[in-house]
Design a protein around this ligand. Structure first.
Ligand SMILES: NC(=O)c1ccc[n+]([C@@H]2O[C@H](COP(=O)([O-])OP(=O)(O)OC[C@H]3O[C@@H](n4cnc5c(N)ncnc54)[C@H](O)[C@@H]3O)[C@@H](O)[C@H]2O)c1
Length: 364
């Protein structure tokens, strides 16, 4: 399920730092990738793009007209974060991220939720329990659809209709990915539903997940209503291995997942085209954080972890593991950004990770 890199040519990576702290966490991440690449015979050709809200205010577009064609030429895409006050969030999302996810059939949004060593969860975990699961979010359809509209604007009769779109093909392929992952991990699959209240799309989701699961008799599948599932993320996160959810449910669950592992600044995300026909896109879960942008204190670990997922997807699990080990080394060294209670800067934390992967750090 990887997009293979050839070792005899550089991996072409489109780099879109975006807005706010996206630009601050991207630069040191490229340095870490170069350092780890050197050890594993991997070189990179960075193709930098300044597509962002700032670009939008200059040009009226989030990316140029031929933006998707230019991205089609690369192996992978590394994204920081987009969104900034002054540009409505739906403009930045629908002008850049969603077209990329859809044009390149990145139908899996993979988000690991793992409590890293040295970090305290805001939850009081049960004795011996840990947090280590993966959320597989459907990334191409569902509740995030363009179908609908507004009528009678400005009148007392004003109304808005927003349709959800669920297809058999869309549900089946994301369920199959999640079931394969659950089988690999020797674990269970939790499927997020709301079939009691949403009476057409959610029973359909449940049926197709069940039908697909018939090919995976070794995986125990359990449906959870989204409200109860959210409560379980807080009360008993140790019970989960793989969670599969629709676009909206997965989006909300993974912010909750990021919160229970200590900080949204750590959480990574991979928008995967599992077949490798198109480039995949790797980004942190967090946004552009205008409240701390420009201060140099953004946590770079989410971006770095996302970069390690890119290495994994490229077929270099050892290089990926070294970056994750570097992230863990930075956390246990006590060098932390303010969101984790420390005083270190973005570049200081990234430097610890880089030192670790080049073998210079204390833990290297
Ligand atoms: N994928 C994306 O590009 C993406 C995702 C979410 C939000 N956004 C956009 O980002 C903008 C801000 O959104 P928001 O405030 O809801 O979410 P946000 O993730 O940017 O920030 C939420 C809170 O978490 C903190 N935070 C986030 N990342 C951090 C990091 N790496 N280190 C330390 N602290 C961090 C912020 O300071 C803020 O207090 C909006 O325009 C939104 O649309 C973009």
């Amino acid at each position: 399920m990887t997009h293979p890199a050839t070792s005899d040519r550089p991996v072409r990576v489109a780099v879109i730092p975006g807005d706010g702290i996206g630009t601050e966490v991207m630069e040191p991440t490229l340095g870490v990738l170069e350092a780890v690449g050197e050890r594993h015979g991997l070189t990179f050709e960075w193709r930098h793009h300044d597509w962002s809200c700032e670009y939008y205010t200059r040009t009226g577009r989030m990316m140029p007209q031929d933006g998707l064609d230019r991205l089609a030429e690369v192996d992978q895409i590394l994204l920081g974060a987009v969104g900034y006050p002054g540009v409505p969030d739906h403009v930045s999302l629908w002008g850049l991220l969603i077209p990329i996810r859809r044009a390149f059939e990145q139908y899996v949004n993979l988000r690991p939720v793992r409590l890293l060593p040295g970090i305290e969860s805001p939850l009081r975990l049960r004795e011996g329990s840990s947090i280590d699961f993966v959320v597989v979010r459907e990334n191409n359809e569902g509740e995030y659809s363009e179908v609908g509209g507004r009528m009678y604007r400005g009148s007392p009769h004003e109304l808005a209709v927003q349709e959800s779109v669920f297809t058999r093909r869309g549900i089946e392929r994301v369920a199959r990915y999640a079931l394969t992952l659950a089988a690999e991990r020797g674990g269970t699959l939790a499927s997020a539903t709301k079939s009691n209240g949403i009476i057409h799309t959610m029973p359909f989701w449940d049926e197709v997940v069940r039908e697909t699961a018939a090919d995976f008799p070794q995986v125990e599948v359990r449906d959870y209503h989204i409200d109860a599932l959210s409560a379980m993320f807080v009360l008993d996160p140790g019970r989960f291995d793989v969670v599969v959810a629709s676009n909206l449910f997965g989006d909300i669950l993974t912010d909750l997942g990021a919160a229970i592992i200590g900080s949204i600044g750590i959480a990574p995300s991979a928008n995967l085209n599992p077949e490798g026909v198109h480039p995949s896109m790797f980004e942190p879960v967090h946004g552009s954080a205008p409240d701390i942008a420009g201060q140099g204190v953004a946590n770079p670990l989410g971006q770095l972890w996302a970069a390690s997922m890119m290495l994994d997807h490229l077929g270099h699990p050892d290089a990926a593991a070294e970056v994750v080990a570097g992230i863990e080394a930075s956390l246990t060294s006590g060098m932390r950004t303010p969101d984790l209670g420390g005083t270190a800067s973005t570049t200081e934390v990234a430097q610890v990770v880089r030192d670790h992967v080049t073998g210079q750090g204390a833990a290297g």
